[in-house]
Design a protein around this ligand. Structure first.
Ligand code: DAH
Length: 345
């Protein structure tokens, strides 16, 4: 009997060393310690042994049973922790791998230039106003001294929605909307989108303008000149020459267009290699914006007394400024959202 117990114990221990996982361990437990296991069978067998010998064998069996139970406990702990380790390893993040770079977004170049222009005016004490993109004929034209069927309407290739409803062709109607509600002194800028039936390398159906105007007593053309010269110097650099050229707009009298020295040829009209400058078409000047003294007819519609108040107004295209600033020759690049283009700003 003692030999049989010893044989079962030896077999159990030697087989235990070959066990590699928890399933094998369970099979092992059933074989030796289970209800019908080898050791359990031996315990059951005790009743066939003479009574006086039972305590001796019983003690032996108990020692072996305890031994095997302890061994299996230890083995289970080892196998379980190995199992856990394996699971962690297979699912864990490898912290030695290079990380995924977070791509930083940027402001669109048009937004950047828009913000730059707006900031310059905020520093000069102007406030921001806005108006709707869908306008009425009254605000877009009539109130700005552009009557129906007047030839000057040809200056804007208008997109109509209905007979008297249209997509605003410029930000100038915001002048009217503000002056309807507020009394002078006014120093306002109105940035926003405008729409025209126009599309080629330098014209886009949708583009951006910044409108500005100032109304008070004794506002003169000198105020206009000083403000816009400061603006253009801030955008293009103080060394650039600026000129005011007589022009025509229905809502201003007198009107002017403002040019800045060509950024491409330095105002010479020719490049250093003798080639003619295509950016300014050899004129040496770039037209940047329109402006003038607000026409008394505009004030009359608003019940402002033109003998008491005067004001200036101006409007500029942001895409044009951005193209000159960044040396971009095709306006469509701004609207295609090609990352290779946008990443450069
Ligand atoms: N609204 C004009 C345009 O879109 C630009 C402009 C010219 C605005 C003269 C003005 C101005 O306020 O006084 O072409």
């Amino acid at each position: 009997m003692v030999e049989r117990i010893k044989a079962v114990e030896d077999e159990a221990i030697s087989r235990l060393n070959e066990i590699k996982n928890l399933q094998e361990l369970e099979a092992w437990r059933i074989r030796y310690l289970g209800k019908k296991g080898l050791l359990t069978e031996l315990v059951k067998n005790l009743k066939n042994i003479p009574t006086e010998d039972r305590p001796h064998f019983g003690k032996n069996l108990n020692i072996t049973k305890n031994k095997l139970e302890n061994i299996i406990k230890e083995k289970r702990v080892t196998l379980e922790s190995a199992d856990k380790e394996k699971k962690i390893k297979s699912s864990a993040v490898d912290i030695t791998m290079p990380g995924k770079g977070i791509k930083r977004g940027k402001l669109h170049p048009i937004t950047q230039v828009m913000n730059e222009v707006v900031d310059i005016f905020l520093r000069l004490g102007f406030s921001i106003a806005d108006g709707p993109d869908i306008e009425t004929d009254y605000y877009n034209f009539e109130a700005l001294n552009i009557p129906k069927h007047h030839a000057s309407r040809d200056m804007w290739s208008t997109l109509y929605i209905e007979k008297d409803t249209l997509l605003r062709t410029h930000t100038s109607p915001v002048q009217i909307r503000v002056m309807e509600k507020k009394k002078p002194p006014l120093a306002i800028i109105a940035p926003g989108k405008v729409y025209r039936r126009d599309a080629d390398v330098t014209h886009s159906t949708v583009f951006h303008q910044v409108e500005g105007f100032m109304v008070d007593k004794n506002i003169t053309f000198a105020d206009l000149k000083g403000t816009l010269t400061a603006l253009l110097h801030a955008i293009f650099g103080k060394a650039k020459r600026v000129r005011f050229r007589p022009s025509y707009f229905p809502f201003t009298e007198p009107s002017a267009e403002v040019d800045v020295e060509c950024v491409n040829c330095g105002g010479k009209g020719k490049l250093s290699n003798g080639e003619s400058c295509r950016v300014c078409k050899e004129t040496g000047w770039l037209e940047i914006l329109g402006c003038g003294m607000i026409d008394p007819n505009v004030f009359k519609n608003l019940k402002y007394d033109p003998d008491k108040y005067s004001g200036y107004a101006f409007g500029m295209g942001i895409e044009r400024i951005a193209m000159l600033k960044f040396g971009i020759s095709d306006i469509r690049l701004f609207f295609e959202n090609d990352l290779r283009f946008l990443k450069q700003f």
